[in-house]
Write a protein that binds this ligand. Sequence first.
Ligand SMILES: *Cc1c(COP(=O)(O)O)cnc(C)c1O
Length: 218
Amino acid sequence: MFLLQQYNTIAKVAKENHATIVAVSKTKPIEDILEAYNFGVRDFGENKINELLEKQKQLPSDIKWHLIGHLQSNKVKQIVPFIYLIHSVDSISLLEKINNEAVKINKVVAVLLQIHIAQEEHKYGFNLNVVEEYFKENKFKEFQNVQICGFMGMATYTENKSQIQKEFSTLNNLFKKIKNDYSNKYPHFKILSMGMSGDYTIALENGSNMIRVGSSIF
Ligand SMILES: *Cc1c(COP(=O)(O)O)cnc(C)c1O
């Protein structure tokens, strides 16, 4: 079930902060997505490729599909034709693979670089310092058919709000720096995707302009 009232509450806060909401529909049935769609929601996020492909086939073509989960290189080819934004680019080799597939079909693919800000080891992403070096070395500029549109980050899963705040603020600082210093080379670098159901208010207070909420709206 799509929870319209909860969605509207979050949408109001998001709008005040000039942020986009991605409705995370992973594990939810087609009917739930259609319910949200019929209320005007167009941005949906999925984290598993097979599930995403299955849903994309069955749902309206004007849906903007966001990939928010880890992407294996052997799956890139299947999503490049329709994906709206890949939030989870976590290596140069993946970027290269996305670029190669995009070249083949003469498309430009919008991506975010996932940055590892949490304490948990298992979460994917570039190291903050490493990614800053890569910008200095112009490493992302080699890929003509990929648009680097910003960063995505996930905070530690914890009750400790100041920990979460610290992590989001750290990513926001790097985001602002890159946006400021590299706006000529990366004119599309504008999106900071941070915040889920449990921490989106902290994320918005710390510069997020794209939140990914699932459990609170379905
Ligand atoms: C599941 C997921 C979300 C949404 O989480 P909720 O707590 O259900 O709002 C956001 N981002 C990513 C990367 C996810 O995997």
